[in-house]
Design a protein around this ligand. Structure first.
Ligand code: DMJ
Length: 565
């Protein structure tokens, strides 16, 4: 990948869609008729719906569940860690007894411009949340959900421009940064006594790593710490967090297969042996790749770009099946499948819901045609079930694992594709997602996990990422004038949807004595160069701008592939 492609992601050279062109394209194509236009009235209605959705979840959490971690939306109550059953990692990995949902909602409140509630929520976090809880949590989950959110809110509060409104609580004294520091320090024992530098998956926030903690971690779990740890280090001028996060990635990278170049999904942190040899773009690996690229964007570190580029090439070579180009040629719809990391052979015939985020990464990387097709396949699955099953078997055209816990990945990549193409198709997709969620997941006091996408039976759980990601991306999709959208080149979303400013501050390491040799003017110039050199910034074909992103015939083919028509 060349530097120019970064330009595409930074400025996302948004081609403008002109709805007046619709009449030029003829009315005989049912897909064009359905997706070709989205009125301003419709957009505003959807914006309102997205806002209502967030507040219904948030207010009910505050009423029935706070200060516990999550809302049970059917029984209108709250839940925290399952202390009676420590092996219940589905709950305990995430719920640390630290008002998780409130913490996660902070920057969504800011993005929605709700200064009074944001300030109130920040104060509640400062006054009520402690990390000395004795909870055993997953390092990954605590980092992306809690650390990321605290840093994001701290940076919003301390932004001198205050672009979201007056978000700074009176007398704010860096408390959220101190909390982030405290939490991250409690996670550090995970990086001790590991022979590979790859961290233990879990820590007790009060006592460190239990002697019997398993020595296996998933790749995404260990390799998705770069942004949060890197920003924290730079804010504190303390290299330790940045160092450990980098060491974890370097450790994983070292053990990639020397035959295929691929990584597996589970590794032994003492021996470097792969315990899980599945290589794919979903659970266990998804955000590892995402963070390689995003760490390059944020910190400008070429090592991560190189790793990403190498990974992307090998991913395409081994995992990508189907015709060569999304919108041209013969053959099946392109799809990325799970393979054996050692041989590149197909490992199984399912793809999972987390992989739907991959097309968002492809947008950032400037591979638009690929992003369009990856997304469209998942959208077809969504249309079939009004949700994404956790695992979908593309051979059987049926779910392998049937639940849907309100995950954001499809709306996340829908958002990025809309920002990059401005094609109304993606507003339609967003509306369908919003409508499915309202129709099938709304419970008495919030939104519930779909237990089975076929029966739509609900479970009594609203995960915190529903407010931090799903609702935020839906809202931003329809809020065209939002500051995040008008200044998108200045923000990066963490894997949990928390916004971080792309700031020149992150380009240097305050703990390093040696300067990079550039004076301030040159540093500024180097960033500006990247933003303005848009010579390679036309990755979207004209057709994809003004017509359907995926040609109608290919779209119909995808529908058949998932058994829709
Ligand atoms: C979120 O916690 C993050 O997006 C993470 O990267 C993986 N998936 C969940 C939501 O599905």
């Amino acid at each position: 990948m060349r530097q120019e492609q970064l330009v595409c992601l930074i400025i996302l050279c948004f081609p403008l869609y002109d709805s007046r062109l619709h009449w030029l394209r003829g009315d005989d194509d049912p897909y064009l008729n359905k997706y070709g236009h989205f009125s301003e009235r419709e957009r505003l209605e959807m914006l309102e719906e997205a806002k209502k959705m967030f507040y219904f979840g948030y207010e009910n959490y505050m009423k029935y569940a706070f200060p516990l971690d999550e809302l049970d939306p059917i029984h209108c109550t709250g839940r925290g860690p399952d202390r009676e059953n420590p092996s219940n990692i589905n709950i305990n990995d995430v719920l640390g007894g630290y008002s998780l949902t409130l913490v996660e909602a902070l920057d969504t409140l800011a993005v929605m411009g709700n200064a009074s509630e944001f300030q109130k929520a920040v104060q509640l976090v400062i006054d009520n949340v402690s990390f000395d809880t004795g909870s055993v949590v997953q390092v990954f989950e605590a980092t992306i959900r809690v650390l990321g959110s605290l840093l994001s809110a701290h940076l919003i509060i301390t932004d001198p421009q205050q672009p979201f409104g007056d978000m700074a609580p009176p007398d704010y004294d860096d408390e959220l940064l101190e909390m982030a520091h405290d939490l991250a320090t409690r996670l550090l024992p995970a990086f001790e006594n590991t022979a590979t530098g790859i961290p233990f998956p879990r820590v007790n926030l009060s006592t460190g790593v239990h002697p019997e903690c398993i020595n296996h971690t998933c790749t995404a779990g260990a390799g998705t710490l770069l942004l949060e740890f890197g920003v924290l280090s730079r804010l504190l001028a303390d290299p330790v967090y940045d160092f450990y996060a980098h060491q974890a990635v370097a450790g994983l990278w070292k053990y990639r297969s020397n035959v295929t170049g691929l990584l597996g999904n589970v590794i032994n942190i003492q021996t470097g042996e792969w315990v899980g040899k599945l290589s794919g773009l979903g659970a266990g690996l998804d955000s590892f790749y995402e963070y390689l690229f995003k760490a390059y964007i944020l910190f400008g570190d070429e090592r991560y770009l190189q790793m990403f580029n190498e990974s992307y090439e090998t991913i395409k070579f081994h995992m990508r099946k189907g015709r060569e180009r999304c919108n041209f040629g013969e053959g099946n719809s392109p799809i990325y499948v799970n393979v054996n990391m050692m041989t590149g052979e197909i490992f199984n015939t399912w793809i999972d819901a987390l992989q739907a985020a991959w097309s968002g990464v492809q947008v950032l990387a400037g591979d638009m045609e690929e992003a369009i097709c990856s997304h469209a396949f998942y959208y077809s699955i969504w249309r079939k079930y009004d949700a994404l099953p956790e695992r979908y078997n593309w051979q059987l055209k049926a779910p392998d694992v049937s639940f849907y816990p309100l995950r954001p990945e499809l709306v996340e990549s829908t958002y990025f594709l809309y920002r990059a193409t401005r094609n109304p198709f993606y507003l339609h997709v967003g509306r369908e997602i919003l409508t499915s969620l309202s129709t099938h997941t709304k419970a008495k006091c919030g939104y519930g996990t779909v237990h089975d996408v076929e029966t739509k039976e609900l479970e009594d759980r609203m995960e915190s990422f529903f407010l931090s990601e799903t609702c935020k991306y839906l809202y931003l999709l329809f809020d065209k004038d939002n500051h995040v959208n008008t200044a998108l080149s200045r923000y990066l979303f963490t894997t949990e949807g928390h916004i971080l400013p792309i700031d020149r501050r992150w380009r240097s390491k305050p703990w390093e004595e040696e300067e990079d040799g550039l004076d301030e003017e040159e540093k500024a110039a180097s960033v500006i160069d990247v933003r303005h050199n848009n010579s390679n910034c036309d990755p979207v074909s004209t057709e994809s701008r003004y017509f359907l992103p995926v040609r109608s015939s290919y779209f119909a083919q995808m529908e058949r592939a998932v058994g829709l028509n």
